[in-house]
Design a protein around this ligand. Structure first.
Ligand code: GAL
Length: 420
Protein backbone atom coordinates (compact mmCIF):
# COMPACT_ATOMS: atom_id res chain seq x y z
CA UNK A 1 0.00 0.00 0.00
CA UNK A 2 2.71 2.32 0.99
CA UNK A 3 4.56 1.52 -2.15
CA UNK A 4 1.39 2.17 -4.20
CA UNK A 5 0.89 5.59 -2.63
CA UNK A 6 4.45 6.44 -3.26
CA UNK A 7 4.11 5.42 -6.86
CA UNK A 8 0.96 7.54 -7.21
CA UNK A 9 2.72 10.42 -5.61
CA UNK A 10 5.60 9.91 -7.96
CA UNK A 11 3.28 9.90 -10.95
CA UNK A 12 1.60 13.04 -9.64
CA UNK A 13 4.97 14.64 -9.26
CA UNK A 14 5.98 13.60 -12.72
CA UNK A 15 2.78 15.07 -14.19
CA UNK A 16 3.27 18.30 -12.29
CA UNK A 17 6.83 18.33 -13.47
CA UNK A 18 5.73 17.81 -17.03
CA UNK A 19 3.32 20.74 -16.63
CA UNK A 20 6.09 22.90 -15.27
CA UNK A 21 8.38 22.00 -18.09
CA UNK A 22 5.55 22.62 -20.63
CA UNK A 23 5.20 26.09 -19.20
CA UNK A 24 8.91 26.58 -19.37
CA UNK A 25 8.67 25.60 -23.02
CA UNK A 26 6.01 28.22 -23.82
CA UNK A 27 6.50 29.16 -27.42
CA UNK A 28 8.00 32.63 -27.37
CA UNK A 29 6.67 33.48 -30.78
CA UNK A 30 3.73 35.39 -32.20
CA UNK A 31 2.45 34.22 -35.54
CA UNK A 32 0.40 36.94 -37.19
CA UNK A 33 -1.52 36.87 -40.44
CA UNK A 34 -2.21 40.31 -41.95
CA UNK A 35 -2.37 42.34 -45.15
CA UNK A 36 -0.25 45.26 -44.02
CA UNK A 37 2.32 45.25 -46.80
CA UNK A 38 2.40 48.89 -47.99
CA UNK A 39 5.10 51.26 -46.73
CA UNK A 40 2.88 52.97 -44.16
CA UNK A 41 1.30 49.73 -43.01
CA UNK A 42 4.63 47.95 -42.61
CA UNK A 43 5.98 50.91 -40.61
CA UNK A 44 2.99 50.72 -38.27
CA UNK A 45 3.32 46.99 -37.84
CA UNK A 46 6.97 47.29 -36.90
CA UNK A 47 5.91 49.34 -33.85
CA UNK A 48 4.16 46.22 -32.62
CA UNK A 49 6.99 43.88 -33.57
CA UNK A 50 9.39 46.03 -31.56
CA UNK A 51 7.13 46.17 -28.50
CA UNK A 52 6.85 42.39 -28.48
CA UNK A 53 10.51 41.80 -29.12
CA UNK A 54 11.27 43.88 -26.01
CA UNK A 55 9.25 41.29 -24.13
CA UNK A 56 11.23 38.47 -25.71
CA UNK A 57 8.72 37.38 -28.35
CA UNK A 58 9.82 36.55 -31.86
CA UNK A 59 7.59 37.71 -34.68
CA UNK A 60 6.52 35.17 -37.25
CA UNK A 61 5.09 37.21 -40.05
CA UNK A 62 2.38 35.81 -42.32
CA UNK A 63 1.76 38.67 -44.75
CA UNK A 64 -0.79 38.25 -47.52
CA UNK A 65 -0.70 41.28 -49.82
CA UNK A 66 -3.89 42.82 -51.10
CA UNK A 67 -5.56 45.91 -49.64
CA UNK A 68 -8.90 45.35 -47.99
CA UNK A 69 -7.83 41.85 -47.03
CA UNK A 70 -9.75 39.58 -49.41
CA UNK A 71 -6.65 37.54 -50.30
CA UNK A 72 -5.61 37.41 -46.65
CA UNK A 73 -9.00 36.08 -45.66
CA UNK A 74 -8.76 33.33 -48.29
CA UNK A 75 -5.38 32.33 -46.87
CA UNK A 76 -6.74 32.38 -43.34
CA UNK A 77 -9.64 30.14 -44.29
CA UNK A 78 -7.21 27.53 -45.63
CA UNK A 79 -5.05 27.69 -42.49
CA UNK A 80 -8.02 27.33 -40.18
CA UNK A 81 -9.45 24.46 -42.24
CA UNK A 82 -6.10 22.67 -41.84
CA UNK A 83 -6.21 23.24 -38.08
CA UNK A 84 -3.16 25.46 -38.37
CA UNK A 85 -4.30 28.49 -36.37
CA UNK A 86 -2.12 31.60 -36.28
CA UNK A 87 -1.73 33.26 -32.88
CA UNK A 88 -3.82 36.04 -34.34
CA UNK A 89 -5.08 37.38 -37.63
CA UNK A 90 -6.01 40.82 -38.80
CA UNK A 91 -9.76 40.75 -39.41
CA UNK A 92 -12.65 43.06 -40.01
CA UNK A 93 -15.94 43.14 -38.08
CA UNK A 94 -18.32 40.46 -39.21
CA UNK A 95 -15.48 38.10 -40.11
CA UNK A 96 -14.53 37.93 -36.43
CA UNK A 97 -18.08 36.94 -35.58
CA UNK A 98 -18.11 34.28 -38.31
CA UNK A 99 -15.00 32.59 -36.92
CA UNK A 100 -16.29 32.92 -33.38
CA UNK A 101 -19.47 31.18 -34.40
CA UNK A 102 -17.39 28.44 -35.96
CA UNK A 103 -15.89 27.90 -32.51
CA UNK A 104 -12.25 28.42 -33.43
CA UNK A 105 -11.55 31.58 -31.47
CA UNK A 106 -9.78 31.76 -28.13
CA UNK A 107 -10.98 33.52 -25.01
CA UNK A 108 -9.25 36.73 -23.98
CA UNK A 109 -11.78 37.69 -21.34
CA UNK A 110 -9.36 37.39 -18.41
CA UNK A 111 -6.89 39.72 -20.14
CA UNK A 112 -9.70 42.10 -21.09
CA UNK A 113 -10.86 42.24 -17.45
CA UNK A 114 -7.38 42.81 -16.15
CA UNK A 115 -6.75 45.59 -18.68
CA UNK A 116 -10.19 47.25 -18.39
CA UNK A 117 -11.17 46.88 -22.05
CA UNK A 118 -14.89 46.88 -21.17
CA UNK A 119 -14.62 50.48 -20.07
CA UNK A 120 -12.14 51.83 -22.59
CA UNK A 121 -13.16 50.23 -25.90
CA UNK A 122 -16.21 51.83 -27.58
CA UNK A 123 -19.33 49.69 -27.59
CA UNK A 124 -19.48 49.86 -31.40
CA UNK A 125 -16.24 47.85 -31.48
CA UNK A 126 -17.17 45.53 -28.62
CA UNK A 127 -20.10 44.38 -30.73
CA UNK A 128 -17.54 42.70 -32.99
CA UNK A 129 -14.76 41.80 -30.54
CA UNK A 130 -16.98 40.11 -27.97
CA UNK A 131 -18.93 36.98 -28.83
CA UNK A 132 -21.31 35.33 -26.40
CA UNK A 133 -19.84 37.42 -23.59
CA UNK A 134 -16.24 36.45 -24.38
CA UNK A 135 -13.54 38.68 -25.83
CA UNK A 136 -12.28 36.93 -28.97
CA UNK A 137 -10.43 39.80 -30.64
CA UNK A 138 -8.32 42.80 -29.75
CA UNK A 139 -9.32 45.96 -31.67
CA UNK A 140 -6.13 47.64 -32.83
CA UNK A 141 -7.48 50.87 -34.23
CA UNK A 142 -10.39 52.72 -35.75
CA UNK A 143 -10.12 53.77 -39.37
CA UNK A 144 -12.67 55.86 -41.19
CA UNK A 145 -13.33 55.87 -44.89
CA UNK A 146 -15.13 59.15 -45.63
CA UNK A 147 -12.07 61.27 -46.34
CA UNK A 148 -10.51 63.21 -49.20
CA UNK A 149 -6.68 63.27 -49.40
CA UNK A 150 -5.52 66.25 -51.44
CA UNK A 151 -2.11 67.39 -52.66
CA UNK A 152 -1.81 70.95 -51.38
CA UNK A 153 0.55 72.28 -54.06
CA UNK A 154 -1.78 71.02 -56.79
CA UNK A 155 -4.75 72.52 -54.94
CA UNK A 156 -3.00 75.90 -54.90
CA UNK A 157 -1.94 75.62 -58.51
CA UNK A 158 -5.52 75.13 -59.65
CA UNK A 159 -6.89 77.72 -57.21
CA UNK A 160 -9.15 75.19 -55.51
CA UNK A 161 -10.83 75.33 -52.13
CA UNK A 162 -12.40 72.77 -49.83
CA UNK A 163 -15.47 71.30 -51.55
CA UNK A 164 -18.50 71.34 -49.27
CA UNK A 165 -20.93 69.57 -51.58
CA UNK A 166 -20.70 66.81 -54.14
CA UNK A 167 -21.24 69.41 -56.90
CA UNK A 168 -18.32 71.46 -55.56
CA UNK A 169 -16.15 68.35 -55.57
CA UNK A 170 -16.97 67.77 -59.23
CA UNK A 171 -16.19 71.43 -60.01
CA UNK A 172 -12.83 70.98 -58.27
CA UNK A 173 -12.08 67.84 -60.29
CA UNK A 174 -12.88 69.83 -63.44
CA UNK A 175 -10.30 72.44 -62.48
CA UNK A 176 -7.65 69.75 -62.04
CA UNK A 177 -8.55 68.25 -65.39
CA UNK A 178 -8.26 71.63 -67.08
CA UNK A 179 -4.81 72.03 -65.53
CA UNK A 180 -3.68 68.68 -66.96
CA UNK A 181 -3.47 66.87 -63.60
CA UNK A 182 -5.18 63.54 -63.01
CA UNK A 183 -8.15 64.69 -60.94
CA UNK A 184 -9.00 61.48 -59.05
CA UNK A 185 -6.43 58.87 -57.98
CA UNK A 186 -8.15 55.51 -57.69
CA UNK A 187 -7.24 51.91 -57.98
CA UNK A 188 -9.81 49.98 -59.97
CA UNK A 189 -10.18 47.10 -57.52
CA UNK A 190 -13.62 46.25 -56.21
CA UNK A 191 -12.89 47.00 -52.56
CA UNK A 192 -11.45 50.45 -53.36
CA UNK A 193 -14.39 51.34 -55.55
CA UNK A 194 -16.88 50.18 -52.94
CA UNK A 195 -15.00 52.00 -50.18
CA UNK A 196 -15.42 55.21 -52.18
CA UNK A 197 -19.06 54.38 -52.86
CA UNK A 198 -19.73 54.13 -49.10
CA UNK A 199 -18.90 57.85 -48.92
CA UNK A 200 -20.95 58.71 -52.00
CA UNK A 201 -24.01 57.01 -50.52
CA UNK A 202 -23.63 58.86 -47.22
CA UNK A 203 -23.14 62.13 -49.09
CA UNK A 204 -26.08 61.53 -51.43
CA UNK A 205 -28.61 60.20 -48.94
CA UNK A 206 -27.46 61.54 -45.57
CA UNK A 207 -26.77 59.66 -42.32
CA UNK A 208 -30.21 58.12 -41.81
CA UNK A 209 -30.24 56.78 -45.34
CA UNK A 210 -26.74 55.33 -45.09
CA UNK A 211 -27.64 53.53 -41.89
CA UNK A 212 -30.89 52.12 -43.21
CA UNK A 213 -29.40 50.98 -46.51
CA UNK A 214 -25.93 49.81 -45.55
CA UNK A 215 -26.20 48.80 -41.88
CA UNK A 216 -29.84 47.71 -41.59
CA UNK A 217 -30.02 46.45 -45.20
CA UNK A 218 -33.50 47.91 -45.46
CA UNK A 219 -34.83 46.77 -48.82
CA UNK A 220 -36.84 49.94 -49.54
CA UNK A 221 -33.71 52.03 -49.07
CA UNK A 222 -31.60 49.70 -51.16
CA UNK A 223 -33.99 49.95 -54.09
CA UNK A 224 -34.82 53.65 -53.64
CA UNK A 225 -34.30 56.60 -55.99
CA UNK A 226 -31.67 57.82 -53.54
CA UNK A 227 -29.63 54.69 -54.21
CA UNK A 228 -30.10 55.27 -57.92
CA UNK A 229 -28.92 58.85 -57.48
CA UNK A 230 -25.88 57.51 -55.59
CA UNK A 231 -24.96 55.37 -58.59
CA UNK A 232 -25.49 58.42 -60.84
CA UNK A 233 -22.98 60.28 -58.67
CA UNK A 234 -20.56 57.36 -58.88
CA UNK A 235 -20.89 57.44 -62.69
CA UNK A 236 -20.11 61.17 -62.60
CA UNK A 237 -17.04 60.93 -60.39
CA UNK A 238 -15.53 57.89 -62.09
CA UNK A 239 -15.00 59.94 -65.25
CA UNK A 240 -12.14 61.72 -63.49
CA UNK A 241 -9.79 58.76 -63.10
CA UNK A 242 -6.84 58.20 -65.44
CA UNK A 243 -6.99 55.49 -68.12
CA UNK A 244 -4.63 53.15 -66.22
CA UNK A 245 -6.66 52.88 -63.03
CA UNK A 246 -7.79 49.25 -63.44
CA UNK A 247 -6.20 46.94 -60.91
CA UNK A 248 -3.95 49.60 -59.39
CA UNK A 249 -3.11 49.10 -55.71
CA UNK A 250 -4.51 51.68 -53.30
CA UNK A 251 -1.08 52.80 -52.07
CA UNK A 252 0.04 53.51 -55.64
CA UNK A 253 -3.01 55.73 -55.99
CA UNK A 254 -1.97 57.48 -52.76
CA UNK A 255 1.54 57.88 -54.18
CA UNK A 256 0.08 59.73 -57.18
CA UNK A 257 -1.37 62.31 -54.79
CA UNK A 258 1.80 62.46 -52.69
CA UNK A 259 3.88 63.17 -55.80
CA UNK A 260 1.45 65.70 -57.20
CA UNK A 261 0.57 63.54 -60.19
CA UNK A 262 -3.04 63.56 -59.05
CA UNK A 263 -5.18 65.97 -57.02
CA UNK A 264 -7.20 63.77 -54.70
CA UNK A 265 -7.84 60.27 -53.46
CA UNK A 266 -11.04 59.19 -51.74
CA UNK A 267 -9.82 56.56 -49.30
CA UNK A 268 -9.79 55.42 -45.70
CA UNK A 269 -7.23 57.05 -43.47
CA UNK A 270 -4.76 54.23 -43.98
CA UNK A 271 -3.85 56.51 -46.93
CA UNK A 272 -2.53 58.94 -44.33
CA UNK A 273 -0.07 56.26 -43.25
CA UNK A 274 1.53 56.61 -46.69
CA UNK A 275 1.82 60.40 -46.31
CA UNK A 276 3.41 59.86 -42.88
CA UNK A 277 5.85 57.30 -44.32
CA UNK A 278 6.76 59.82 -47.05
CA UNK A 279 7.42 62.40 -44.30
CA UNK A 280 4.63 64.70 -45.47
CA UNK A 281 2.85 67.09 -43.13
CA UNK A 282 -0.87 67.86 -43.16
CA UNK A 283 -1.64 71.49 -43.83
CA UNK A 284 1.76 71.94 -45.50
CA UNK A 285 2.00 69.14 -48.05
CA UNK A 286 -1.49 67.72 -48.07
CA UNK A 287 -5.02 68.36 -46.89
CA UNK A 288 -7.50 66.01 -45.24
CA UNK A 289 -11.16 66.88 -45.59
CA UNK A 290 -14.25 64.85 -44.94
CA UNK A 291 -15.89 63.69 -48.15
CA UNK A 292 -18.23 66.60 -48.99
CA UNK A 293 -21.67 66.22 -47.48
CA UNK A 294 -20.51 63.75 -44.83
CA UNK A 295 -19.07 66.10 -42.20
CA UNK A 296 -20.47 65.10 -38.80
CA UNK A 297 -20.70 61.41 -39.68
CA UNK A 298 -18.02 58.77 -39.56
CA UNK A 299 -18.05 55.58 -41.60
CA UNK A 300 -15.68 53.38 -39.69
CA UNK A 301 -13.85 50.12 -39.77
CA UNK A 302 -11.52 48.74 -37.16
CA UNK A 303 -8.67 46.33 -37.63
CA UNK A 304 -9.10 43.57 -35.11
CA UNK A 305 -6.57 40.96 -34.15
CA UNK A 306 -8.77 37.89 -34.03
CA UNK A 307 -7.34 35.55 -31.40
CA UNK A 308 -7.47 31.87 -32.24
CA UNK A 309 -7.87 28.99 -29.85
CA UNK A 310 -4.20 28.08 -29.92
CA UNK A 311 -2.58 25.22 -27.95
CA UNK A 312 -1.71 25.90 -24.31
CA UNK A 313 1.97 26.51 -24.97
CA UNK A 314 1.12 29.39 -27.34
CA UNK A 315 -1.41 31.15 -25.10
CA UNK A 316 1.13 33.23 -23.19
CA UNK A 317 2.34 34.75 -26.44
CA UNK A 318 -1.24 35.50 -27.42
CA UNK A 319 -1.91 37.23 -24.11
CA UNK A 320 1.28 39.26 -24.53
CA UNK A 321 0.14 40.29 -28.02
CA UNK A 322 -3.33 41.26 -26.82
CA UNK A 323 -1.98 43.19 -23.84
CA UNK A 324 0.53 45.09 -25.99
CA UNK A 325 -2.10 45.86 -28.62
CA UNK A 326 -4.39 47.67 -26.24
CA UNK A 327 -1.78 49.36 -24.10
CA UNK A 328 -2.19 53.13 -24.16
CA UNK A 329 1.37 53.83 -25.25
CA UNK A 330 1.12 51.41 -28.16
CA UNK A 331 -2.28 52.79 -29.16
CA UNK A 332 -0.75 56.22 -29.55
CA UNK A 333 2.54 55.20 -31.19
CA UNK A 334 0.96 52.74 -33.63
CA UNK A 335 -2.00 54.83 -34.74
CA UNK A 336 0.12 57.93 -35.33
CA UNK A 337 2.01 55.90 -37.93
CA UNK A 338 -0.96 53.93 -39.29
CA UNK A 339 -3.23 56.91 -39.96
CA UNK A 340 -5.98 55.49 -37.80
CA UNK A 341 -7.13 56.57 -34.33
CA UNK A 342 -7.01 54.65 -31.05
CA UNK A 343 -9.49 51.90 -30.31
CA UNK A 344 -9.73 53.03 -26.72
CA UNK A 345 -11.25 56.33 -25.72
CA UNK A 346 -8.73 57.26 -23.01
CA UNK A 347 -5.66 57.79 -25.20
CA UNK A 348 -4.52 61.44 -25.41
CA UNK A 349 -4.35 62.98 -28.90
CA UNK A 350 -1.12 64.84 -28.09
CA UNK A 351 1.13 62.86 -30.43
CA UNK A 352 -1.28 63.00 -33.38
CA UNK A 353 -1.05 65.43 -36.30
CA UNK A 354 -3.92 67.72 -37.33
CA UNK A 355 -5.72 65.03 -39.38
CA UNK A 356 -5.33 62.51 -36.55
CA UNK A 357 -6.70 64.99 -34.02
CA UNK A 358 -9.66 65.63 -36.29
CA UNK A 359 -10.16 61.88 -36.68
CA UNK A 360 -10.22 61.39 -32.91
CA UNK A 361 -12.61 64.31 -32.35
CA UNK A 362 -14.89 63.22 -35.22
CA UNK A 363 -15.07 59.67 -33.89
CA UNK A 364 -16.00 60.88 -30.42
CA UNK A 365 -18.68 63.23 -31.75
CA UNK A 366 -20.13 60.61 -34.10
CA UNK A 367 -20.14 57.98 -31.36
CA UNK A 368 -21.98 60.31 -29.00
CA UNK A 369 -24.29 61.75 -31.65
CA UNK A 370 -25.42 58.48 -33.23
CA UNK A 371 -23.71 59.15 -36.58
CA UNK A 372 -21.06 56.45 -36.38
CA UNK A 373 -21.76 53.86 -39.07
CA UNK A 374 -20.05 50.67 -40.11
CA UNK A 375 -18.47 50.60 -43.56
CA UNK A 376 -20.22 48.09 -45.80
CA UNK A 377 -17.15 47.87 -48.03
CA UNK A 378 -14.91 47.27 -45.03
CA UNK A 379 -16.75 44.48 -43.27
CA UNK A 380 -18.68 46.51 -40.70
CA UNK A 381 -22.03 46.91 -42.45
CA UNK A 382 -23.00 43.30 -43.02
CA UNK A 383 -21.52 39.79 -43.06
CA UNK A 384 -18.83 38.98 -45.66
CA UNK A 385 -21.14 37.34 -48.22
CA UNK A 386 -23.23 40.49 -48.43
CA UNK A 387 -20.22 42.81 -48.45
CA UNK A 388 -18.72 40.78 -51.29
CA UNK A 389 -21.95 40.95 -53.28
CA UNK A 390 -21.95 44.72 -52.79
CA UNK A 391 -18.32 45.13 -53.89
CA UNK A 392 -19.03 43.03 -56.96
CA UNK A 393 -22.00 45.11 -58.12
CA UNK A 394 -20.23 48.43 -57.54
CA UNK A 395 -17.21 47.23 -59.45
CA UNK A 396 -19.25 45.92 -62.38
CA UNK A 397 -20.89 49.33 -62.60
CA UNK A 398 -17.55 51.13 -62.51
CA UNK A 399 -16.10 48.91 -65.22
CA UNK A 400 -19.12 49.13 -67.50
CA UNK A 401 -20.46 45.59 -67.10
CA UNK A 402 -23.55 47.13 -65.54
CA UNK A 403 -24.56 49.99 -67.77
CA UNK A 404 -27.20 52.05 -65.96
CA UNK A 405 -27.95 53.15 -62.41
CA UNK A 406 -31.36 51.47 -62.65
CA UNK A 407 -29.71 48.17 -63.48
CA UNK A 408 -27.11 48.66 -60.73
CA UNK A 409 -29.84 49.15 -58.12
CA UNK A 410 -31.69 46.08 -59.36
CA UNK A 411 -28.56 43.93 -59.24
CA UNK A 412 -27.57 45.28 -55.83
CA UNK A 413 -30.94 44.36 -54.32
CA UNK A 414 -30.82 40.94 -55.98
CA UNK A 415 -27.22 40.19 -54.99
CA UNK A 416 -27.81 41.20 -51.37
CA UNK A 417 -31.00 39.14 -51.25
CA UNK A 418 -29.16 36.11 -52.59
CA UNK A 419 -26.42 36.53 -50.00
CA UNK A 420 -28.72 37.07 -47.00
C1 GAL B 1 -8.28 47.95 -44.67
C2 GAL B 1 -7.63 47.91 -43.31
C3 GAL B 1 -6.57 48.92 -43.20
C4 GAL B 1 -5.65 48.91 -44.39
C5 GAL B 1 -6.43 48.83 -45.70
C6 GAL B 1 -5.57 48.73 -46.93
O1 GAL B 1 -9.19 46.92 -44.80
O2 GAL B 1 -8.60 48.14 -42.33
O3 GAL B 1 -5.82 48.73 -42.01
O4 GAL B 1 -4.80 47.86 -44.24
O5 GAL B 1 -7.30 47.79 -45.68
O6 GAL B 1 -4.74 47.62 -46.93
Amino acid sequence: MRKFLTTTAMIALAVAGAGASARAADVKEVQMLHWWTSGGEAAALSVLKQDLSKEGYAWKDVPVAGGGGDAAMTALKAMVAAGNYPTASQMLGYTVLDYAQEGVMGDLTATAKKEGWDKSVPKALQKFAVYNGKWVAAPVNVHSVNWLWINKAVMEKIGGKQPKTFAELIALLDKAKAAGVVPLALGGQNWQEATMFDSIVLSTGGPEFYKKAFNDLDEDSLKSDTMKKSFDNLATIIKYVDPNFSGRDWNLATAMVIKGDALVQVMGDWAKGEFVAAKKTPGTDYLCYRFPGTEGSVIYNSDMFGMFNVPADRKAAQVALATATLSKSFQSAFNVVKGSVPSRTDVPDTAFDACGKKGIADLKAANEGGTLFGSLAQGYGAPPAIANAYKDVVSKFVHGQIKTSDEAVKQLVQAIDDAR
